[in-house]
Design a protein around this ligand. Sequence first.
Ligand SMILES: NC(=O)c1ccc[n+]([C@@H]2O[C@H](COP(=O)([O-])OP(=O)(O)OC[C@H]3O[C@@H](n4cnc5c(N)ncnc54)[C@H](OP(=O)(O)O)[C@@H]3O)[C@@H](O)[C@H]2O)c1
Length: 291
Amino acid sequence: MDRVVVIGSSGQLGHDLVDELRAAGRFEVIALDHSQIECTDLASTRAALRPLKARAVINCAAFVRVDDCESQASEAFAVNAIGALNVARAAAESGARCVYISTDYVFDGAKDSPYLETDATAPINVYGASKLAGEHLVRQTAADGLIVRVASLFGKSGARGKGGNFIETIVAKARRGEALKVIDDIKISPTYGRDAARAIVQLVAANASGIVHAANSGDCTWFEFAKTALELCQLTAPVEAVPSAQFPTPARRAKNSALASARLQPEFKIAMPHWRDALRTYLGEKGHLPS
Ligand SMILES: NC(=O)c1ccc[n+]([C@@H]2O[C@H](COP(=O)([O-])OP(=O)(O)OC[C@H]3O[C@@H](n4cnc5c(N)ncnc54)[C@H](OP(=O)(O)O)[C@@H]3O)[C@@H](O)[C@H]2O)c1
C-alpha cells in the first residue's frame, strides 16, 4: 500500500481527507496534527516527514482566519507560505510528492463567471496573498507538485481555525428563532469537505500535478446558500438578503470567488456533485433533515 501523510489532520478538510484516504482502501494513511508537526519550522517538518518515506504528503495546515490575517500578516505568511515551502522541501527530500491545498481567495473577483485554473491570480487580502505565495514556493520546490484549490468548505468537523462552519451557524440561529441577515452580493462555490477530499484522493491516485480546482459544481451567493439550507431543513426563520457593505470586515472579500475546473472532468474523469446535492447530503449526515 502507498503511504500518504496528511498534515493538519485534525482540521476540517484534513479530517475528511483521512476518512476518504482510508475508505479508498489502497493507502496507508499517516495523520499528523499540529502536536506532531510544526510546519513553520523546517527542522520539525523534516523530523516528522523524513522517517515516513511517504509517496505523497498532503498539506492542509493553514492560518485560515481571513480577517485576522490582516493584523497578523507575519503569522499568516509563516504558516501559509513558509510552512508550505518547508513541507515541499521536506517532502522532496524524503521522495514524496507534495500536495498543497490552496484557495479561491487567490483571485480578485473581477471575473463574472467561475474561475478556472488558467485564470490570472490577483489576491485582494493578506490571506489570499499568503496562500498564493505558498503556491509559488511549492511550484518552485517541487516540479511535480500538486496544488488543489478548494472553496467555501462545509465539512463535518467545521474549520478549527474559524470555530465551525457557515451552515451550522445558520441552522443554529434559525432554530433559536433569530432573524438572519445574509450577504447577497458575493458569489461562492460552496463545497462539501468530503467531496473535495474525495477528489483530492483521486488526484493523488492519478499522480496529478500542477493546479487543479476542486469545488462542488454550480455557484450561488451566501444568501442563496443559507436560504437553501433552511428550506431543506424546513426551518422558517426569516432571512434577509443584504449587501456586504452592511458587514464591513478587516479583509476585503472578492465579489466572485466561485471556482470551476477545466481539468477535473476532462483529464481525471472526476465529477463533482452540484452544491445543492452536496448540501442535502451534508444536512442528512448531520441529522438536520426532517424525518
Ligand atoms: N475553510 C474554508 O472554507 C477553505 C476555503 C478555501 C481553502 N481552504 C484551505 O483548505 C485547507 C484546510 O482548511 P480547513 O478549513 O480544514 O482549516 P482548519 O480546520 O483550520 O485546519 C487547519 C489545520 O492546520 C493545523 N495547523 C495550523 N497551523 C499549523 C502549523 N503551523 N503547523 C502544523 N499544523 C498547523 C491546525 O491545527 P490546530 O488547529 O491544532 O492549530 C488544523 O488542524 C487550508 O489550506 C485552507 O487554506 C479552506
